[in-house]
Design a protein around this ligand. Structure first.
Ligand code: ZN
Length: 508
């Protein structure tokens, strides 16, 4: 198929040429485990609708896509900036034909892409999968930051030298791991498409590129981490992948191994960032402690396999009850990565060297084989994730300093209840998420911590969806969600120094 793309303010206009027949717009795009229904952004098409995402078209047809999602996994076109993730904009007929795109850009615009250039303005992919694995970024203000001969950042924003230097260290450290698996992997060019955003940080991986956003006020560490994570996907997910994670642009594909694909990628990205000097040990320990904290909640009853399978409906659709109902495969996978690494370290081995033993399409059995020296039964990924809190204690001291402290079992965002812990005193008394605290024992909401410390009971005056509600909560004892980690013999050696880190509980 052939597409001529014209960017406009809030839209891209596409003139397409294919065969008379059916075209399908993806409902799912690789790299993000949520049904996105990209056809929702089609505002016009000269074709006959067959279903929500299929149209009957003539050989030549045109369509218009709304492009104001601000999401690096979708499409953005604002009049002076265009970012297209292939499957967010382009439909398919058959997968195995060539797909070419002509960019009809205004005078003075520049574009970056990993698609092959054919002539002045045309970019081609050998099949739909390559198109879906490619992005295009264009703007009159587009610039490039060179990381090294093969890696660059394409952006309209300003990045400072300190960040670029750290990223250089991280990329070359990850390349060492990649080239031990396959020297070809780190020998090709790679583009990081980047944009600061009002949205939180996020990214999507492709084989030879990734698209990353980060909030304007994000710290240097956070920026390094998100780049490191997406870049490690070049190996884990784009080169090595769970065997059952097949491409299907129209529905979910299930795997029990997202904890390895995403969580162990997090572990490796943070570890290699630390080892290369991109982030500090304390930053890495913070991620470990924060992930351990998540396992202390009721959601820690969920296994990592289940967490992976429910990414579609739980992780990507998190609500205020998430900590009670699920655990993230990122958090659990990071901890299982740590356990694997520390048990390998005890034997004088490193987790980064085991990736050579993983087949291109892996199963849990293959991972068990590849990490057999670690003597960790990976069936733990099918048990409640909390089991890993026990396992990790073989290597690291983990305390919960707030255990048995006076507690109600809620988290507050300002004066609004953002979380109610299952079976906590607040739960038993009937407090609900989104209740607004008007007063505590007749005192302003800010006094809540002091009032919990003081008494056996607190009286909450709440506004629930605009109606007054008075609830007395008997103060109970916290199960402990604050996490303090410190080194034992093996982990102190692994860290190269004595270490300690603490994350406080946000549940009061
Ligand atoms: Zn990822």
């Amino acid at each position: 198929m052939y597409f001529k793309v014209t960017p406009a303010h809030r839209y891209v206009k596409v003139e397409a040429n294919g065969r008379e027949g059916e075209v399908t717009f993806p409902t799912w795009l690789p790299g993000s485990y949520v049904i996105r229904e990209m056809e929702r952004n089609i505002v016009f098409i000269d074709g006959i609708r067959i279903s929500k995402n299929k149209f009957w078209v003539r050989e030549n047809f045109s369509y218009k896509v709304y492009t104001m999602s601000w999401d690096q996994r979708e499409a953005i076109s604002t009049g002076n900036y265009m970012f297209l993730n292939g499957p967010a904009v382009f439909p398919f007929q058959s997968f195995d034909e060539r797909y070419c795109i002509e960019l009809n850009l205004p005078e003075g615009w520049k574009a970056n892409t990993t698609l092959r250039k054919e002539g002045e303005r045309t970019l081609c992919a050998r099949d739909y999968h390559e198109l879906a694995d490619s992005s295009i970024q264009a703007s009159p203000d587009l610039k490039e930051y060179k990381i090294d001969e093969l890696h660059k950042i394409s952006t309209v924003d300003v990045l400072d030298e300190e960040f670029l230097n750290k990223l250089r260290l991280v990329v070359s450290k990850e390349d060492e791991v990649f080239s031990a698996v396959d020297p070809l992997l780190s020998s090709r060019e790679y583009i990081f498409y980047f944009r600061f955003s009002s949205n939180p940080r996020g990214g999507i991986e492709h084989s030879n590129s990734s698209a990353i956003t980060s909030s304007w006020n994000s710290e240097l560490t956070s920026l390094v981490e998100v780049f490191a994570h997406e870049y490690f996907h070049r190996l884990n997910v784009k080169y090595l992948k769970p065997k059952d994670l097949k491409l299907n642009y129209e529905m979910e594909t299930y795997t029990e191994l997202l904890w390895f694909a995403e969580g162990v990628t997090d572990y490796m990205a943070y570890k290699l960032s630390w080892k290369s000097g991109g982030i500090k040990l304390q930053d890495f320990l913070k991620r470990i402690a924060e992930s351990l904290q998540k396992l202390t909640f009721r959601g820690g009853m969920m296994s990592l396999a289940e967490s992976s399978m429910t990414a579609w409906i739980k992780y990507y659709r998190r609500d205020e009850n998430y900590l009670n109902s699920a655990v993230s495969y990122y958090d659990g996978g990071l901890i299982l990565g740590l356990i694997l690494d520390l048990s390998l370290f005890r034997k004088g081995l490193r987790i980064e060297d085991q990736f050579r033993k993983i087949p291109r399409e892996y199963t849990l059995y293959d991972l068990q084989e590849a990490f057999s020296e670690a003597e960790v039964d990976l069936e733990v990924s099918r048990l409640p994730s909390r089991e890993m809190l026990k396992l990790v204690r073989n290597f690291i001291d983990v305390d919960t300093p707030d255990r048995d402290r006076p507690y109600l079992g809620i988290s507050l965002d300002g004066d609004v209840v953002s979380f109610v812990e299952d079976d906590s005193p607040a739960d038993q008394a009937g407090v609900c998420p989104r209740d607004k605290v008007l007063s505590v024992n007749g005192r302003p909401a800010e006094a809540i911590l002091k009032e919990i410390e003081k008494g056996k009971q607190v009286h909450l005056l709440l506004s629930r969806d605009g109606r007054l509600q008075e609830i007395g909560v008997v103060v109970g004892k916290s199960p402990g969600h604050g996490i303090r980690i410190s080194g034992k013999d093996v982990s102190t050696k692994w860290a190269g120094e004595e270490f300690k880190f603490e994350v406080p509980s946000r549940v009061i």
